[in-house]
Design a protein around this ligand. Sequence first.
Ligand code: ADP
Ligand code: ADP
Ligand code: ZN
Length: 227
Amino acid sequence: MNDTVRSRPAVLILLGPPGAGKGTQARMLEEGYGLIQLSTGDLLRAAVAAGTPAGLAAKSVMEAGGLVSDEIVLSILKDRMAEPDVAAGVILDGFPRTDAQAAALDALLAEAGQSIGAAISLEVEDEAMIARVAGRYTCAACGEGYHDEFKQPAQAGVCDKCGSLSFKRRADDTAETARQRLKAYHAQTAPLIAHYDRQGVLHRVDAMADIDTVRSSLGRVVTGLSA
Ligand code: ADP
Ligand code: ADP
Ligand code: ZN
């Protein structure tokens, strides 16, 4: 973890189905490497909570486990990418999810003179994903992710990171919706793995391993890029 800010890649993409560990690993990469996590799921949930027109349009699609329209997602992403903090480098978590989003990202980066440092595919088995999604919860105050079985706070009911006693679960984290989301992943997002393989930026990481082992594997990828 001794990478310098100067040498890190500007844009990392985390690909993987719901529950693969994208959010968990993105937060750790953010802390370890000074990159900014940019989750389109989090941005969309914020838009839903704020009741913006985009949020209102996205809400029912998200609850059903489908993909929100490229138009809405791209508009939210472009707004976020225009903020100054992302110049430090970003980890895209949950974006792109369709061919059109990947093409739009390529164009956006080309325009800004940036490129993709790595697209990392978190490789997992479908059945494990349902259990990961159904057991997921987060700290309501700081957003730290937990799991009923795989990642419990050191002291029951108290967030390790911020001490909050308040936790929440996502409305779409039911086993049934998770199956719909997996279908959307296989139909629309998994083909992007080949897109990034053709660009020569693809890295595959075994994400069936425990959280710390996956973290080490990702660390090796990121450190290798910076060398
Ligand atoms: P994603 O962002 O890809 O949907 P998350 O990072 O939210 O996935 O992880 C889903 C759930 O699984 C969370 O409850 C998280 O604590 C847990 N989790 C993440 N990575 C692992 C892992 N390698 N092994 C077991 N559980 C994990
Ligand atoms: P997960 O971490 O479980 O993969 P996310 O938080 O990334 O879930 O996304 C939750 C939901 O938000 C998705 O099921 C989808 O409805 C919507 N969503 C998030 N990112 C995108 C995207 N890039 N394109 C379309 N829909 C998206
Ligand atoms: Zn917390």
